[in-house]
Design a protein around this ligand. Sequence first.
Ligand SMILES: C[S@@+](CC[C@H](N)C(=O)[O-])C[C@H]1O[C@@H](n2cnc3c(N)ncnc32)[C@H](O)[C@@H]1O
Length: 237
Amino acid sequence: MSGTQKGGRPGELAWSEEGVPFAPDYDDVYYSRSGIEQGDHVFVQGSDLPARLGRGEAITILETGLGLGVNLLAAVRALLAAGRGSLRHVSIELHPLSPAAMAEVHGRLGRWDEVTAAFLEAYPELLEEGTAALRHQGHVIPLELVIGDGVAALRQLDLRADAVFLDGFAPACNPALWSAEVFAELARLARPGASLATYTAAGAVRTGLNRVGFDMRRCEGFGLKRHRLAGRRLADG
Ligand SMILES: C[S@@+](CC[C@H](N)C(=O)[O-])C[C@H]1O[C@@H](n2cnc3c(N)ncnc32)[C@H](O)[C@@H]1O
């Protein structure tokens, strides 16, 4: 299955033995082999979104790698569960899947719900226009997508993110999304106090983020991973 669109190569998708979507070009999975629940555990809970939304906060998420939209959907489900607050989702992506490929993969994930349908309805416009809205149960969630390569894509953005989801493929096979320049752009785009969550506990990522003004700590990881990183943008970083 492959996508189309501008940017780099189209998104190529295969399936791992565990039934997890896999990118042959990067030799890595789109989410943890331990399960799709990584999106909720690492990114939504790891950013304390349920409590923040429950307090009525308006949260702008900045994500490196829209991928399949799994983390986005987990965040939207958290918003519905909170019944308060609001979300805006901004992401970059070098290899976007075509709408047909995106629909096909979600059809196989076994998680289809009305939120998935609302995302798939918005996705073609998001690809074409760079902006769209995910509409569900009276919520209007603005979506923005910059199709491009890591730091160059981030440099096109001007926003104050409240939550950063750092979700490239593993640093060893996807260094362009974990470079010092990318970290500096994230520091520019994150408001003081913004959360940053990622599934990796790589020492170079922790050091690199701390160097540009985040305060990162190691936390219990999801599934087979012992650790992950979570932290905040410091005010004077
Ligand atoms: C682990 S997947 C992201 C999964 C996604 N966050 C989700 O919730 O489904 C990593 C994503 O980063 C994208 N990517 C890889 N290299 C990139 C680059 N240099 N610039 C932007 N995106 C890149 C990949 O195409 C892939 O979709």
